[in-house]
Write a protein that binds this ligand. Sequence first.
Ligand code: ARG
Length: 593
Amino acid sequence: SVDGTFCILDELINIFTLGITSAYPDLEDPPVNITLSGNNPKFGDYQCNSAMQISKLLKDRDVKTNPREVANNILNKTPTSPLVSKTEVAGAGFLNIYLNKQFAEHILNYILKFGVKPPPVKQQRIIVDFSSPNVAKEMHVGHLRSTIIGDSICRLLEFLKHDVMRINHLGDWGTQFGMLIAHLQDMYPDFKTHSPPIADLQAFYKESKKRFDEDEEFKKRAYACVVQLQAGQPDYIAAWKLICNVSLQDFQTIYDRLNIKIVPRGESFYHSRMMTDVKELKEKGYLEEDEGRLIMWPNPDNHDGIPLTIVKSDGGYTYDTSDMSAIKQRVQEEKCDRFIYVTDVGQYTHFVLIDACARRAGILSNDQRLEHVGFGVVLGEDKKKFKTRSGDTIKLRDLLDEGLKRALDKLIEKGRDKVLTPEELKQAQEAVAYGCIKYADLSHNRINDYVFSFDKMLDDKGNTAVYLLYSLTRIRSIARTAQISIEKLMEEAQKSGIKLNDETEWKLGKVLLRFPEVILKVSKELYIHSLCEYLYDICSAFTDFYDKCYCVEKDKSGNIVKIFYERLMLCEVTAKVMQKCLNILGLTTVSKM
Ligand code: ARG
């Protein structure tokens, strides 16, 4: 169907697949490669470069041919489409594809009327396991990356109407609770009736760790506490819950500030499942004994690399155990179709192992795959591990506070405090502060390490949140300063609709039409920076258009002489697409800044 969700790339792939398979019916799975042509208009808008590959395949079969001939054959068999105005063979055998302007205008008018809608996809139930800090320990910048990237992935999949479970796989179970509970009993003996004022859980953790390392007696008690906790002794469960809640409240303030929704479901959730799951793995003969531990190899005949540790020599369970139980629960009880884990790249092998062992145990089937969305380390501007000046790890709360302060400085530097009301200024400050932190993270290829720099992220030039947020408010203000209401604009749209007459209008229009294909690509590959690059492309194309084309023409004394409604409509569609992209990235937009 032809509406605002029309995906150009899919349509091109469809017609060229038809062309290629009918020109070369003997080739099994022939390559269909369609890409954007780049900046030179000589090469059309999109390009199909399958002819070279096919000609090579044919030569391997001793067929005499050349890429240009193949390209011509494909062209003759490719059905026409209202999307395409012209196709031609060029150079060594490229197929240059030119889009049809009227068709493009039609789609843009659709978006103007009905908004930016998600391209239709088969709905899935998807679990996104992200953020996942460890209770009583600090939530560090690595968790911040996971939180920001994970949230954006959820937003994208939700936009596509998938059923998304946002899961916080908290590290809330394990032997560290022994020492924490023992310390709690000493410090706050009446903790059950009087909630202890543990403001700084990290300091509390450090204190108990110190005692654990230095005091043999305490260490013994800590171990005994673990046993009681694992056995479900109510007093110990109460102490454990209390510690978890303090931690969770701390984490929640960060989520609230960043406007991130996530459901806590930590490792403890799988506690009773782990017992039955381990028993089953044992019975089915998947576990091997190794120096008192029980381990599992993905392949029993190949002991390269490392195995999972399912039961420790002291009988305790591990991170591996909880992830095995979690994947089973997610497959069998949640009936999810897709399993996404967002952690640092350092955990890549862990997830490869979980995937392989879950497959061996028959938990994952052939068409199911665990997807690890890995990301690099956060570095300071000195390219070393991100730390405070005094060398301490950076507290997320402090980081967000500094963002707020710097954002306000930036707005004041631009004189915005004189233009905006205090309320507007505050909104702009938060949008800029949290937006710049999120965008700096999302706009870099997540696999790489990334340098955290407030100076860079608050720059108002280049691919930054500040630049994009400013651009959007500017676009929005164009119609406003001409005092054109959206109703009036829609009324005019009924008469003429968008026209892409100027070269810059046509270019902008084509960028806007790429939205569905970008969204679909990112939802498959989960590299959010592609969406950021796209957003920046929109902004650049818009700037070129706006530099060249009047939207509102004024005389010397500033009176409006002429209003170009078609162009204001194009502005409106640009704003709509940008707004949608920013929503998916989790950035808050403001009408004034
Ligand atoms: N708590 C872990 C960490 O801080 C991350 C958990 C990721 N999720 C998972 N299912 N293993 O490194």
